[in-house]
Design a protein around this ligand. Structure first.
Ligand SMILES: [Zn+2]
Length: 205
């Protein structure tokens, strides 16, 4: 999105409802601070501005030597029972590659060597940015973590395309198998919008 298009958007409302100031406990109100173009929760007593910014969701594409890809069946909401690549919210104090390895360990008890960044998807409607890394699975001693009911290595032809939990996962896997067949993995980026129910991966670069 260009600068002009971005400016046409109305002031964005903070996404998470807040009632009280975390600094002093007084009520907060939605206001547009001077010089700001967004509505923010501002404390009515101490004037602290509570900024809210997008969250990073980090994932991995663990591949075994024979080309199979590790997927997890979700044991939690949302999308309980559907399949996903290991991934989740980045924590404070860690790097993006540490987050990818940690999520893979937590959800699949799988050890990976994290490789190149592969997909970057903007999800502005839900204030998230999803990053997914290629990864080499280091052994076969994986088993489901607390958030997974099954962890399975899938060959490309067996990927449960109709039972994938999230659109970034679908698009990442679509690109992955096409790029692997072509022999190179360029960085893939795009915007995933609620208003556009793309059946295939958004605009490629
Ligand atoms: Zn306050």
């Amino acid at each position: 999105m260009g600068i002009l298009e971005a400016r046409r958007r109305p002031p964005l409302v903070a996404s998470l409802e807040m009632k009280f100031c975390s600094a002093c406990g007084a009520p907060v109100a939605l206001r547009q601070p001077p010089g700001d173009n967004h509505l923010r929760y501002v404390c009515t007593a101490c004037a602290t501005v509570h900024y809210q910014n997008p969250l990073l969701v980090i994932g991995a594409i663990p591949e075994w030597h024979d080309g199979r890809i590790l997927l997890c069946r979700r044991a939690i909401e949302p999308r309980h029972g559907l399949w996903t690549l290991p991934g989740g919210f980045m924590e404070n104090g860690e790097t993006t590659t540490e987050a990818a390895a940690r999520e893979t360990l937590e959800e699949a008890n799988a050890r990976v060597a994290i490789g190149d960044l592969y997909t970057v998807y903007n999800l502005p409607d839900i204030n998230q940015v999803h990053l997914t890394f290629r990864a080499q699975l280091l052994d076969l001693d994986f088993f489901p973590g607390a958030e997974s009911s099954e962890v399975v290595l899938f060959e490309e032809r067996d990927i449960p395309w109709d039972e994938l939990a999230f659109r970034p996962i679908l698009y990442t896997l679509q690109h992955y198998f096409a790029d692997r067949a072509a022999g190179e993995f360029p960085l893939r980026t795009g915007d995933i919008l609620k208003s556009q129910k793309q059946a295939v991966a958004p605009t490629l670069i």
